[in-house]
Design a protein around this ligand. Structure first.
Ligand code: DON
Length: 524
């Protein structure tokens, strides 16, 4: 799209449609996300295309007859599906900022679907891992599995005819084809068949919301962030503000002391997240209060540079219960326009459900609502009011697309998948670049950590050096390897406004590439 004269937004819309074909575990038409835009002329926008709960949903959505959380209902199939926002969000981004015809942005994706793609190892591995659950739903099985139930393998050609057809409808009819046309009708019919509440009116009422970016300053740079219903922007802003007076740049990098203080800032930001954050359309979210020094200074004063705190001391009161996937891409064009886009189906391949005739997986995003009122546990389950399920509400997200500007010029574009760890990954990268002036490739490669308040543990990537782990344990942290060996997949771009040099860094943790129009790519 850049080669054809389009801008970064055109490219982002085309990439988002294409990933719905080539990376169906997270790239999507059936999910939602956030797109941050920073234009070279200074304008910015935060496009919120998060899924919404169907009108007829209430906070008991995931409770069984005894009031216990029904994990099956959260994870699979119909009841966890929020109204998908992706197509509306991409159409809105194009309407406001795009320059090429919308159909031209959808066309490559349609071709990839109809002509087929050669299955890459990451997709094959994902399908192999989830084949049994995809097999629960006939249209999902028909799309991704062989007739005998085995998954499509690496090197095979995957043709997705129904998806190609949906993309053709979208290219021709725009977002209306999705929300007021054949696609909404097909999904509503499948929902009705299963007794789920999502219906055609929920689709017709869906709107993307273009919000003001959340902008904060750190070390002379301006951080452009996603406001609620993302929790990531507020948490990242709180973390850098909590850490600023510690002058960690004197440490010269992520030393054990820097990692300890980072975990303490993170513990407190996640406690506030649990207590305060949710959909701003549904209840008042006190963002200004949370970022005010009047709130942050006393919180900072509780940080002991020598000793880990206990998470019990922060956040909403705890009660005991009665009983990865997302993807991010960053784009910068020659004019200096930038897009940071993170979008998701919630879990890998969402709730594993394809509605017959549509060709794409539906999200299980409603799982991001707090499942049980009042039940906030040491395991990390949260039960506070602002993020209980309600009709029309958007579930709280951790997605944290981020664009950093200096003197009005874009210098960094980043973001990541990884559920709640997204916030830790993105904050760590941004902090690394701004505070320690670490070059982007090293900041991306550096072993990551996560402290999410509860569980009260400092989790780290397998690559974190033994000596650092031991040192962190001596501060009193419960130091544990993350369940997966890696945390996040943060495809990012650094830009030097003076030279105009753009450095794209593909995170090699999951899968991804850097690409540029031929005349702009450096010689090999
Ligand atoms: O919006 C959120 O915070 C989650 N639904 C994101 C899930 C996720 O990142 C899973 N994958 N890596």
């Amino acid at each position: 799209m850049l080669t054809r004269g389009g801008n970064a937004i055109d490219a982002a819309v085309a990439v988002a449609f294409a990933l719905a074909v080539t990376y169906p575990e997270a790239g999507n038409l059936g999910g939602g996300g956030f797109m941050l835009v920073a234009l070279a002329d200074g304008r910015t926008a935060a496009i919120d295309y998060r899924e919404t709960a169907p009108r007829r949903v209430d906070e008991a959505l995931f409770l069984d007859a005894r009031g216990a959380v029904d994990q099956e209902r959260r994870a699979f199939g119909h009841h966890a599906v929020g109204v998908p926002g992706t197509v509306a969000g991409l159409a809105e981004a194009h309407r406001r900022f795009g320059t090429l015809p919308f159909a031209a942005l959808v066309e490559p994706a349609r071709r990839l679907a109809e002509e087929g793609i050669v299955v890459q190892p990451a997709l094959a591995a994902g399908l192999a891992e989830h084949a049994r659950d995809l097999a629960r739903f006939p249209a999902s099985a028909a799309q991704f599995l062989h007739a005998d139930g085995t998954p499509v393998e690496a090197g095979e050609r995957l043709v997705q005819r129904d998806l190609g057809n949906s993309l053709r409808w979208i290219a021709e009819g725009g977002a209306a084809a999705f929300y007021d046309g054949p696609i909404a009708a097909l999904i509503a019919a499948e929902m009705a068949r299963a007794g789920a509440s999502l219906d055609a009116r929920d689709f017709a009422e869906y709107r993307p919301i273009v919000r003001d970016v959340l902008a904060v300053r750190h070390r002379g740079a301006e951080l452009l962030l996603m406001p609620p219903p993302s929790s990531g922007g507020v948490a990242l802003a709180q973390m850098v503000a909590l850490l600023a007076p510690f002058e960690l740049r004197r440490e010269g990098g992520f030393t054990p002391r820097a990692r300890h203080l980072f975990a303490e800032a993170s513990r407190r930001a996640f406690a506030d997240r649990a207590r305060w954050l949710g959909d701003p359309e549904a209840s008042a979210i006190p963002v200004a209060m949370l970022l005010d020094e009047a709130h942050l200074a006393p919180l900072r004063a509780t940080i002991d540079p020598q000793r880990a705190s206990r998470s019990d001391a922060f956040g909403p009161p705890l009660a005991e219960p009665r009983g990865s996937s997302t993807t991010h891409f960053s784009i910068v064009d020659a004019a200096g326009n930038a897009v940071a886009n993170t979008y998701t189906l919630e879990e890998r391949f969402g709730g594993k459900l394809v509605a017959p005739g549509t060709g794409f997986l539906l999200n299980n995003e409603l799982q991001d609502f707090n499942p049980q009122r009042g039940v906030t546990t040491r395991d990390g389950q949260i039960g506070t009011e602002p993020n209980l399920a309600r009709g029309g509400r958007r579930p709280l997200s951790s997605m944290t697309p981020c664009i950093v500007r200096r003197d009005g010029e874009v210098v960094l574009v980043t973001g990541s998948p990884g559920g709640r760890t997204i916030i830790s990954t993105v904050t760590q990268i941004v902090f690394d670049v701004l505070e320690f002036e670490t070059p982007l490739p090293q900041a991306i490669a550096r072993p990551r950590q996560h402290h999410g308040w509860f569980p009260d543990a400092l989790r780290h990537e397998a690559a974190l050096e033994e000596a650092t782990r031991t040192a962190l344990a001596t501060y009193g942290h419960v130091v544990e390897p993350a369940k997966q060996r890696w945390q996040g997949d943060a495809h990012s771009i650094a830009r030097d406004p003076t030279s105009g040099v753009v450095q794209a860094v593909a995170d090699d943790r999951v899968e991804g590439w850097a690409a540029a129009p031929p005349d702009e790519a450096p010689p090999r």
